[in-house]
Design a protein around this ligand. Structure first.
Ligand code: ADP
Length: 346
């Protein structure tokens, strides 16, 4: 699938797949093409090249309303002059369902989103989270084969957003709904997805389960975007005396901030990089805490060791040693924790 705006390629050779019943997330920074991809699938925007297949059927020539694809946006877009019941019933009325069919389907949807008691309320009488649940129910009511969701939780405040994403995932599983969900929030993507398609500059950089994408970033972009990894050059790796086997063609390596062990320097390590005799031994060296930032459940330290600057995350708790700026510490890095990265864009 390709899409160009004013001569600029916005989507380049994309070929995402969504398995029936799965929750697939398009994750990437603002402007990378996520919404454009959704709009092409829904038919709201034309593609330059490519086709959209739904259950093997080419739906590209069909108008958006005939594609059997539901869409939920960041703005709830409810009809302000209709109550909750009528909002949810809207699509069913358009499909000329009988009033009995409409009543029973809307009641089912109200139960699903746990808003039965708000059936008579108007959108302005609901919270943002409740409005978004109604918006979801309105789209689900007509039983689309595929549900597209464009940053549906972004307008909500942090606490409701977290609550609603769990609820959304439960509803999606209960109904067995196939969903393609857009977000720029890596935590959101990691918590709700079966599969994440990580996007950058109009391309899908990496596709995999949340664990795969988090644990094995493919390139520098993936490492920086999804896990706040340290990205080390080959030169920095050799300063740490780490020379990974079979990686001559690799220029960059990723190291998770939580994979670095930071201990008090009670062992009186006098020299940096003392213990690096064998090719398999870890890097053990002295470090200087340059910065300590409290992030709630973790503390993020900026540490200098042997001329290399690293971020290390340590759990914040009573049982855990805390360090201050200027402290000398002992650093331990397993060489297996250093992940070779493919050059970006390959
Ligand atoms: P995302 O959803 O990842 O934030 P978008 O799909 O909205 O990204 O936008 C991708 C790129 O396409 C951006 O550079 C944006 O400016 C451009 N773009 C989106 N819609 C239009 C349009 N209607 N006309 C021209 N350029 C557009």
């Amino acid at each position: 699938m390709n899409k160009t705006y004013n001569g600029t390629a916005v989507l380049q050779e994309l070929n995402p797949e969504v398995r029936e019943g799965d929750m697939v997330t398009l994750l990437g920074p603002s402007g990378c093409g996520k919404s454009t991809l959704l709009r092409c699938i829904s038919g709201l925007t034309d593609m330059d090249k490519g086709s959209v297949l739904l259950e093997g059927r080419n739906i590209t020539p069909l108008a958006p309303k005939d594609r059997n694809v539901g869409m939920v946006f960041q703005s709830y877009a409810l009809f302000p002059n209709m109550n909750v019941f009528d909002n949810i019933a809207f699509g069913l009325s358009m499909k000329k369902k009988s009033s009995q069919q409409i009543k029973s389907r809307v009641e089912e949807m109200l139960q699903l989103i746990d808003l039965t008691e708000k059936a008579k309320a108007y959108p302005h009488e609901l919270s943002g989270g409740q409005q978004q649940r109604v918006s979801l129910a309105r789209s689900l009511a007509v039983e689309p084969k595929l549900m597209l969701m464009d940053e549906p939780l972004s307008a909500l405040d942090a606490k409701i957003r977290k609550h609603l994403r769990t609820e959304l995932r439960q509803i999606q599983k209960r109904v067995g709904m196939t969903m393609l969900f857009v977000t720029h929030d890596q935590e959101e993507a990691l918590t709700i997805s079966d599969t994440i398609c990580l996007m950058n500059q109009g391309r899908i950089v990496q596709t995999g389960s949340p664990d795969e994408v988090y644990s094995r970033p493919k390139d520098e972009f993936a490492a920086r975007f999804i896990g706040s990894y340290n990205v080390l050059t080959r030169e920095e790796m050799s300063r740490l005396n780490i020379h990974p086997a079979n990686s001559n063609a690799v220029d960059k390596f990723a190291l998770r901030p939580e994979a670095i062990l930071v201990q008090p320097n009670s062992l009186e390590l006098q020299q940096t990089a003392t213990d690096n005799g064998s090719a398999l031994s870890p890097y053990i060296g002295l470090g200087l805490i340059e910065e300590a930032v409290m992030l709630g459940n973790i503390v993020r330290y900026r540490i200098e060791t042997n001329g290399v600057r690293l971020h290390a995350d340590l759990l914040n708790g009573d049982q855990v040693e805390k360090f201050s700026e200027g402290d000398r510490v002992r650093i331990h890095i397993d060489r297996q924790a250093c992940i070779p990265l493919a050059p970006s864009g390959t």
